[in-house]
Design a protein around this ligand. Structure first.
Ligand code: GLA
Length: 393
């Protein structure tokens, strides 16, 4: 939607002024929900594994006000598009952006929240298609807002995250895991959050890497998970887990599997499924190793694991692209401690753990070299870990 500021530039006023202009001049409640980074643990959430994300300061802001009807009237400030839909028409709107909101309404209603019609205007400053979960921010912002306006805040944050996830599955067609919506709802400023995606258990780790900075480099190759090979990756994992389950009934997902067990079924699954499962098993170990290393203040190990993840995502899971591999190579050349593709892949950002002494040179090199090769500068986003979904006023 907007550019890629290092701090959230979008303000309540940006949204309120449009809400007043496009509706009846009155004001409603204003809610915000963030996008995310993920330090490590990629494509593990739908395998019941661990993830290690943090909320960012960029996100979505929505002003919402009940309108006394059964209709929703919503204005996207960034797209300059307005859509109306009835809460009671199961077909819902056609525009994809409005389907996210429709899905959230319907899933909240399915949980028993007495959602009524409302007017809303919203905008975001998470760059779209950057792998920073702008769609989860949108879902979480509305799920949180509707719970507050109509549900007496009875639905807990993890359940709100699941509302967003079901929206992706049922109304958008992306069979995503729970990571993006979970961190958007449960994030805490200054903390990364390790989540066990099987039990839903979360643990917060203060993120204060003395001497290092986290920086995203946006390739501006737009990643889109809708209709993308994302769902295929998930199916590969499920086939591999099912083959192992036949021999080892206790293995219900790749979370439970070992390399040895995967080797036992090597001849029963495709080479491609084997490689993908191999990546996922390694990633499970890497997340836990990174958590231990962080507690010990060992950033070299954190960085090493990030490079390993990049290799796995690029060579085994095959969700990288030329531009992202190029960015990873520059990071290595510039002495960056850790660097890897972040999020679903197929474009978007790399996440880089950079020793402060190398920061300026890295950013300069990455800008110049990327521009020389691809004709445009990549986006540089300094990461500040912000809060999860909340009411602003
Ligand atoms: C996308 C999905 C998440 C997760 C990541 C990869 O962001 O929405 O559920 O699977 O890809 O880790």
């Amino acid at each position: 939607m907007r550019g890629a500021p290092s701090l959230m530039k979008l303000t309540i006023e940006d949204v309120r002024s449009r809400f007043i202009k496009h509706f009846d001049g009155s004001t409603g409640n204003v809610y915000a929900a963030p996008g995310r980074i993920n330090l490590i643990g990629e494509h593990t959430d739908y395998n019941n594994g661990f993830v290690f994300p943090g909320a960012v300061e960029q996100g979505m802001i929505a002003e919402i006000k009940p309108n006394g009807t059964r209709n929703v009237d919503v204005y996207s400030i960034d797209l300059k598009d307005r859509v109306q839909f009835s809460l009671d028409d199961p077909a819902g709107p056609k525009a994809t952006w409005a389907r996210y909101i429709f899905g959230v309404c319907r899933e909240m209603m399915a949980l028993g929240v007495p959602v009524e019609g409302f007017n809303a205007a919203f905008a975001g400053d998470v760059p779209l298609g950057a792998g920073m979960s702008s769609s989860a921010a949108l879902e979480s912002c509305f799920a949180y807002g509707l719970n507050d306006l109509f549900g007496g805040n009875k639905i807990d944050r993890l359940e709100l995250a699941k509302v967003g996830q079901r929206t992706e599955h049922k109304y958008i067609g992306v069979n995503c895991g729970i990571m993006d919506q979970a961190i958007s709802c449960l994030g805490k400023a200054g903390n990364l959050m390790r989540m066990d995606c099987r039990s839903g258990e979360v643990a917060y780790f203060p993120w204060n890497p003395k001497g290092y900075r986290l920086v995203l480099v946006n390739s501006n190759v737009k990643h889109a998970l809708v209709g993308s090979p994302y769902n295929d990756r998930r199916l590969s994992c499920e086939r591999a887990a099912a083959a192992i389950h036949e021999l080892h009934p206790e293995v219900e997902s790749l979370r439970d599997a070992s390399y040895e067990q995967l080797d036992e079924v090597k001849d029963k699954i495709s080479e491609e499924d084997y490689k993908r499962a191999h990546y996922v098993i390694g990633e499970r170990e890497r997340v836990l190793a990174v958590c231990d290393a962080l507690e010990a203040g060992d950033y070299e190990t954190v960085g090493h694991m990030m490079y390993e993840t990049h290799n796995g995502l690029s060579k085994e899971y095959e969700v990288s692209c030329e531009e992202l591999d190029f960015l990873n190579d520059i990071a290595k050349e510039q002495g960056v401690t850790g660097s890897r593709i972040m999020g679903g892949g197929f474009g978007g950002c790399t996440i880089n753990l950079v020793d402060e002494h190398y920061y300026d040179n890295f950013v300069k090199a990455v800008r110049e070299q990327f521009k020389a090769k691809y004709g445009k500068e990549p986006g540089i986003i300094d990461v500040v870990i912000g809060d999860g979904a909340r009411r602003l006023c």
